[in-house]
Write a protein of this length. Structure first.
Length: 184
């Protein structure tokens, strides 16, 4: 079995390649998105994964791995938007976007490494359905935090939830790549 750190990097590399190509195609149009809009984009993808897991047939070409990659990229957009502040019409240079993407990935990976230490890579025994459900739960938590004007009494903030979403989606991609989860 491959090393988790290497597998993580490989999964992220696939997501980053898509992200950078789309940035070349569309620029940083995502800068106009408010956090709730980022949440809704991830919500749509997570619900689609959940539906595909339960439906006997699929009518749209994008498969489950592409949806998990989209979730990774939108969650990283959420983290970048939190870092940048108020959404606006703003074109960021490709180099800056690459740096910000790498910075958020490094933070998510550090979080993963620390949690893997404490949890013993329990995610390796989880179902793909659980990853989709946990991502949906994290999104509902973010929505509630937004309703509370971004404040929490005892819970993690929006950034921690986006970070967990990145990691759950990467774990799903790793297990798909290993053949332990379905790609259809």
């Amino acid at each position: 079995m491959k090393n988790t750190n290497l597998q993580y990097d490989e999964a992220i590399a696939g997501c980053q390649q898509i992200f950078l190509k789309k940035t070349k195609d569309y620029g940083t149009a995502w800068r106009v998105l408010r956090i709730i809009s980022v949440v809704d984009q991830i919500f749509i993808k997570a619900l689609r994964i959940r539906n595909l897991q339960d439906l006997p047939t699929q009518k749209v070409e994008d498969d489950i791995p592409s949806e998990f990659k989209g979730i990774v990229n939108y969650a990283l957009i959420g983290l970048m938007q939190l870092q940048l502040g108020e959404p606006q019409v703003e074109e960021l240079g490709l180099n800056r976007v690459e740096e910000m993407y790498a910075q958020q990935v490094a933070f998510a990976k550090d979080t993963m490494v620390n949690k893997n230490h404490d949890y013993g890579e329990a995610w390796r025994d989880m179902s793909q359905q659980s990853f989709a459900d946990l991502i949906l739960m994290k999104l509902l938590r973010i929505k509630q935090i937004l309703l509370n004007d971004g404040k929490t009494l005892i819970s993690e903030g929006i950034d921690a939830n986006f970070t967990d979403i990145v990691n759950y989606a990467v774990f799903a991609l790793i297990l798909i790549d290993e053949g332990k989860h379905s790609a259809i």
